[in-house]
Design a protein around this ligand. Sequence first.
Ligand SMILES: [Zn+2]
Length: 248
Amino acid sequence: MAKLVMGELTWPELAAELEHIKVALVPVGSCEQHGPNTTFITDAARASAYAERLAERCGNKVVVFPCVTYGLSLHHMDFPGTVTLRVETMMNLLEDIGVSIAKHGIKKILFLNAHGGNFPALEGAVINLKQLHGVDAYWSAVGSEISLGGLTGLPKLIGHACEVETSSALYLCPEVVREERVPGILQDSMLTRDSFVKGGGAWSWKNDASLNGALGDARKATWEIGKEMTEASLEYMEKIVDEIIARP
Ligand SMILES: [Zn+2]
């Protein structure tokens, strides 16, 4: 099915499709260190590719907007190159995007997020969009709702630049993955310290999670695992899009 993507459309072309479009898909990523194996745009590239694959399934009832390529990465600032927004900056950014899209008649927004640290801003923006602006907004992770496929014996710490995320990247955006890969240098203190609190920004990555910025063992990542996880997630998300459309 033909997909609608803003980067490939002029305004008259979009205007001609507006009556069919029910949901705007907005990918959300980060500019954040991903260890020695995957590049800074890993989350943004995964979110964008995921959104386009979902659009291929959904056809002209959805349109993919350009990715939000910066996110909440305060906890990764020990590594050179990471850029972070403040929570309020990101909330305002997401809210402005949602309000703008709704003004043009697409009243339902689904943010597709590939970076766990963004949760607080997404939650706040979605609440504000609904309650203050009457925009039917939602957000979802782009893979965590599915099983971990053929992965067994997963270590305690995964979720960032690990075998799971790297498999996802190998399937969705292989250009961000290095061919030669090394395992993460894990720090257990994140799991054992008494003062552990929820929230990605509440701890420092280098001291608490991994010395080289990677969790797990990205050498175990494969295209096949990425395909299994991603296609299962897309199948689920396709139903979610229909549920969102059906909601009053
Ligand atoms: Zn990531």
